[in-house]
Write a protein that binds this ligand. Structure first.
Ligand code: BG6
Length: 528
């Protein structure tokens, strides 16, 4: 199958057996919302453009707002024009869009779900979609239980083919609500039918962490507390809250990024090698390490977690307003838009290694990276620091006898986005008669090596769900472990008055306390 495509992604080879998805209906709840327009429909369009979609498929929007099939197709065309990674081609769009339909209904109206069922059965008969159904709940978590119950009542939980359900993140808003959502979900669907999305797992550079760690022999011996000094995981965004003020103000950076994306990046980086590269095995290992995260006590939450909120400032030379004046945000909001904290993992591999997680909106640069910093060699042997220019480097110092060069620690950085790659920083001799040294980088960049843009995370995840491969979706035990760590922080923050917000200017790297916080451990944030 793959051979007949225009290109073959070498990273895909060997990871799975190429299969074409069976004919299916994809039903999007929240079809007129932001996610459907920005991510889901562009992803489905690009899958179709690259011939990954089933030979027969229906995309059925299900939402409250009235739309005809023609109107929703027009609306989606505009969305694809605006958000697709590849420019829209009219002929491709026309053949793709003939498969898009719309069912208007309130989300709590059983009659609407029965109408949907009738439509799906008609499509199965007339178009040959064989009873295969993939429901996508692109709605806020509070709406999910009702939709799930309605699907059950309308007997849409099973069919002649497969029935799968994708739930957009966040899965609940704390531990208790996640437990409840899961129970209600399991009254209708089996775990094997459930796909909880964390789109960071669909990112090409995140999938490559599995390959980098487990397809190379040189790493395993050093991938532990003996050689690694600390790890920094940064998810930095330049955007503010855009049109999602209401959602975000109810959520904040800890729920929005740390609970899911950042902790999944941590899990992929720190998990044990699974015995087999399969969905159960990989998720067992991720769940295991997530459960080994040490819970934070009151004092640590009070004194060693950092909350920030942006005020007005400038990004890329453009003035931007402060968080509290964004549309639909409470003008006295105490919601953090920046969070930094330290995670410790209580297992043999990682005991004592600090993992620093930080995320923020309206930071100077969009970048997501995982930086592994290695311990320094015990002694610096290389000559006197003859030139002040190279005499001292930031970071931990190793001074040899007679004032030898200070060393900068080795670091291995996974650049997740936007410039995907991996780089290794090591010390090197500067050419010349002196023994002067300085750090240099060995760089692998996707762009220059593979010469092609990586597919969007949602493309990969939608295709996997159509293929019935849940490996890159989070299993409930992982989500529960993530909320188990995050919920006490949310609760404690509620008890302690928030810092005087806003405490960082848009376009800066977060509040000054974030620097002091990491400095107390003898480290500094990487300059990005
Ligand atoms: C989403 C968050 O899950 O991830 C957004 O809700 C955030 O607030 C987005 O902007 C970031 O995703 P990406 O793929 O652009 O890094």
């Amino acid at each position: 199958m793959l051979e007949s495509r225009t290109f073959v992604n070498p990273l895909r080879e060997g990871m799975r057996v190429a299969r074409a998805p069976e004919p299916a209906s994809i039903i999007i709840f929240g079809a007129t919302g932001d996610l459907a327009r920005r991510k889901l429909v562009p992803a489905l369009y690009n899958l179709s453009r690259e011939n990954y979609m089933p030979s027969v498929f229906n995309i059925i929007g299900f939402a409250r707002r009235p739309r005809t099939d023609v109107e929703i197709r027009d609306e989606y065309k505009k969305a694809v024009n605006e958000f697709s990674r590849e420019k829209i081609q009219d002929a491709t769009w026309d053949s793709f869009s003939r498969n898009i339909f719309y069912v208007q209904s309130n989300l709590d109206d059983l009659a609407g779900y029965k109408r949907l069922k009738g439509e799906l059965e008609r499509f199965d008969r007339e178009r040959g979609t064989a009873g295969n159904r993939l429901f996508y709940l692109a709605v806020p978590p509070e709406l999910m239980p009702e939709i799930v119950e309605m699907l059950g009542k309308a007997e849409l939980d099973t069919s002649e083919g497969y029935t799968r359900i994708i739930l957009e993140k966040p899965f609940g808003r704390d531990l208790a609500s996640a437990v409840e959502l899961n129970q209600r979900l399991h009254r209708v669907f089996d775990e094997a039918q459930i796909y909880r999305i964390d789109h960071y797992l669909g990112k090409e550079a995140v999938q490559n962490i599995f390959v980098f760690r487990f397809a190379n022999g040189i790493l395993e011996p050093i991938w532990n507390r003996t050689y690694i000094s600390n790890v920094q995981i940064t998810v930095a965004e330049t955007v503010g809250v855009e049109e999602r003020g209401e959602y975000y103000d109810n959520s904040g950076a800890l729920r929005d990024i740390i609970q899911n994306h950042a902790l999944q990046l941590l899990a992929v980086t720190t998990m044990e090698p699974p015995p087999v590269f399969g969905p159960d095995e990989v998720r067992n290992e991720k769940a295991q390490v997530l459960r080994a995260i040490r819970p934070l006590g009151y004092n640590e939450i009070a004194n060693a977690t950092v909350r920030g909120q942006y005020g007005a400032g400038a990004i890329g030379g453009l003035s931007v307003s402060g968080y509290r004046t964004e549309p639909e945000v409470n003008p006295e909001s105490a919601t953090p838009t920046f969070v930094a904290l330290r995670v410790l993992i209580d297992n043999w591999r990682w005991a004592g290694v600090p993992f620093y997680l930080r995320t923020g909106k309206r930071l100077p640069k969009r970048t997501t990276e995982i930086a592994i910093e290695f311990k320094l060699p015990p002694l610096s042997l290389f000559g006197r620091a003859s030139s002040p220019e190279y005499a001292a480097f930031p970071g931990d110092d190793v001074r040899g006898r007679n004032g030898a060069n200070a060393l900068e620690p080795n670091s291995l950085v996974f650049n997740i986005q936007p410039d995907e790659g991996i780089s290794l920083k090591f010390e090197s001799k500067i050419p010349g008669q002196d023994n002067r040294i300085r750090p240099v980088n060995m760089d692998f960049r996707y762009n220059s090596t593979f010469g092609q843009a990586a597919p969007e995370a949602y493309e990969r995840l939608l295709l996997d769900a159509l293929l019935g491969d849940p490996m890159l979706f989070t299993r409930y035990d992982e989500v529960e472990a993530q909320w188990g760590f995050i919920t006490p922080i949310l609760e404690t923050w509620q008890q302690i008055p928030p810092p005087a917000f806003p405490n960082y200017e848009a376009g800066t790297w977060g509040p000054a306390v974030a620097d002091e916080f990491i400095k107390r451990d003898g480290h500094t944030w990487r300059r990005l």
